[in-house]
Design a protein. Structure first.
Length: 80
C-alpha cells in the first residue's frame, strides 16, 4: 500500500483513491478506485493504452491473479 496508494495521491489531477477489500476462503481481493479531475489528467498517468491497468513492478510478489482490464465510470453522486 505504501507505493500504490501514496503514489496515486501524489499524481497531478488525482482527486482521491479508495481501496476496497473482500475475502473469500484463503484469498483477499482488492479493487482500487481512483478519481480524477478529467480524463485527460488520467491519460497522462496511464499513457496511450487506456484499456490496460498499470501496476508497480513488485505487484507480482503479492498478487495471485492480476487483472489488466480497466473499467471507467463517471461519478454521478457522492456524499460522505
Amino acid at each position: 500500500m505504501d507505493t500504490g496508494i501514496t503514489g496515486y495521491e501524489t499524481l497531478q489531477g488525482n482527486k482521491g483513491v479508495e481501496l476496497l477489500r473482500s475475502e473469500e476462503e484463503e484469498y483477499a481481493f482488492f479493487t482500487v478506485m481512483t478519481f480524477w479531475s478529467s480524463f485527460g489528467e488520467k491519460k497522462i498517468y496511464v499513457g496511450d493504452d487506456i484499456e490496460k491497468a498499470k501496476y508497480y513492478p513488485e505487484v507480482e510478489l503479492y498478487l495471485v491473479d492480476i487483472k489488466y482490464a480497466v473499467e471507467y465510470h463517471n461519478l454521478s453522486y457522492s456524499e460522505y
